[in-house]
Write a protein that binds this ligand. Structure first.
Ligand code: GAR
Length: 209
């Protein structure tokens, strides 16, 4: 099983979905650590309750990004993490950090990329008059929300939707999509090559409904 660390900043509901999936011994990834850049992140408590090492590396404890990243790197090295899942980690990683781990960092983003990179995706999708919206799991590259797509899921935008209502509908599918995408990468069925995602022939993406 591929040793995987999850980086969070807050609630950690996607983290919990990954922990639940990885609790199955047949899941191809094992979660070796949860690291938060925010000591008060509720997700840290949930990770602890699940029996996974939950480590706070608060950005506020460091003078600059380089020393903060170095502290996170030390934790990752100690746990021998091979893969990293960003799950509501609201901080941009340096190009160097990302380049050293090409094809080994995943992120979940609450829109159908390349539409709506950045923040406030649900409000922006409603404002744009979208009839569908969704989420994307992609490989992380130095440019924010722009790496090769691994998997996506779509939901309808319903008349009268608020950003919160739409966010809740998207979150439901995030929790199913992220474990699926991590399994594809951890098992080697999806990999990043020359800036693209290569899927092995046998891959059928879907959750079988
Ligand atoms: C999720 O909706 C995730 O897609 C989004 O933040 C939320 C975190 O929720 N990520 C981003 O916006 C990344 N730029 P969670 O902490 O409950 O998983």
């Amino acid at each position: 099983r591929k040793k995987t660390a999850i980086l969070i900043s807050g609630r950690g509901s996607n983290m919990s979905a990954l922990l639940r999936a990885a609790a199955d011994a047949d899941f191809p990834a094992e979660i070796v650590a949860v690291i938060s850049d925010n000591a008060d992140a509720p997700g840290l408590k949930a990770a602890e309750a699940a029996g996974v090492p939950a480590i706070a590396v608060p950005r506020a404890d460091f003078t600059d990004r380089a020393s903060h990243e170095a502290a996170m790197e030390a934790e990752l090295a100690e746990r021998e993490a091979e893969l990293i899942c960003l799950a509501g980690f609201m901080r941009l990683l340096s190009a160097g950090f990302v380049a050293r781990r090409e094809g080994r960092i995943l992120n979940i983003h609450p829109s159908l990329l390349p539409l709506f990179p950045g923040l406030h995706t649900h409000a922006r999708a409603i404002e744009a008059g979208m009839r569908v919206h969704g989420c994307t799991v992609h490989f992380v590259t130095p440019q924010m929300d722009a790496g090769p797509i691994i998997a996506q899921a779509a939901v309808p935008v319903l008349p009268g939707d608020t950003a919160d209502a739409l966010a809740g509908r998207v979150l439901q599918v995030e929790h199913r999509l992220y474990p699926l995408a991590l399994a594809l990468v951890a098992s080697g069925r999806a990999r990043m090559e020359n800036g693209r995602t290569m899927l092995s022939d046998a891959v059928e993406i879907g959750w079988g409904e």
